[in-house]
Ligand binder design. Sequence first.
Ligand code: GLY
Length: 362
Amino acid sequence: MTNFSLNLKPKEEIYNIYIEDYSLDGFKSKIREVIHGKKVLVVISDKVNKLYGKKIFPLVDSGEFIVYKYILPDGEKHKNFKNYRRILNFALKNGLTRKDCILAIGGGVVGDLAGFVAATYMRGIDLVQVPTTLLACVDSSVGGKTAIDTDFGKNLVGAFYQPKAVIIDVNFLRTLDEKQFKTGLGEVVKYAFIEKSCRCREYENLINYINENFDKLMQRDIKVLKHIVEICVALKISVVEKDEKENDLRRILNFGHTLGHAIEKSTGYKKYTHGEAIVQGMIFAFELAYKTGLIDVNYKFAARDLISKFNFRPVKMPNMKKLVELMKLDKKATSERIVFILPKDYGQVQIREFTPQELLQP
Ligand code: GLY
């Protein structure tokens, strides 16, 4: 059993992140252990419900608590105001109080949306995250970012709201479709390039671990997957503990995301997965760092080698002027400058700002 804890010291707010290769009984008893209150609203992805619903429910055999289930269709387009309102109304209709709990079972869409409901329902009720995609395991379920999308862009309405616990059962990753698995791998690669800058006590050398266990990783060997998730979660904890609200260090988790988000937006969030877009963002960041003199050609090629091993679907770069306009709207941008996280050495990144003109230079 791997048990991490995330400690937001000034607030004395601590929660556990359990990472395990659970048996079904173990998984259910862990959920029962972390849930408090009389009523539990489970927000679950449609796909996960179809694959695992019969095994997961009933969550409890006796009347320990009452479970209400809200099934959310899959896809980013459902992380919207309509479902936010529907879930709130569902909770209100069923009389959930502040002492009850929301359990989010699914990928980033479920976690972000259910998390934002939890953050705002009666000014906040307990939230437990059960991520079932690689991306949600290594990134979105940990650290308290919750949000919904708007007509003006992704995640523009949300809150920092930490869960009471995160339960990661790596067995869910066995049935993940290839596209979802690959998008999560994009985030894993990101951690490999920022590892040292995360200032984690242990240095695991994720780049090495990936290289040495590459075939097993692609075959979804459970031990390797579990260890990769453990490393990424430990790195994320280290960053979030130092900068919960993304004033400084947490910005490094956006490596590859400045351009990646612009690519996703310019193609209507339909053409490329998040992972494919941020991988292109990382390739761009390596190029920019090389041009700026931050890294040498050896590191640039070593990074390319690692990325190309994964065979991510290549992105056809949209027009750069259009991308720059979109990057100006990035949450990290200031009125004059666009913020990039750039590599500066193996596993290390730094924050740099560029004017739109600088980015448009050939
Ligand atoms: N996904 C980036 C963060 O949690 O800050």
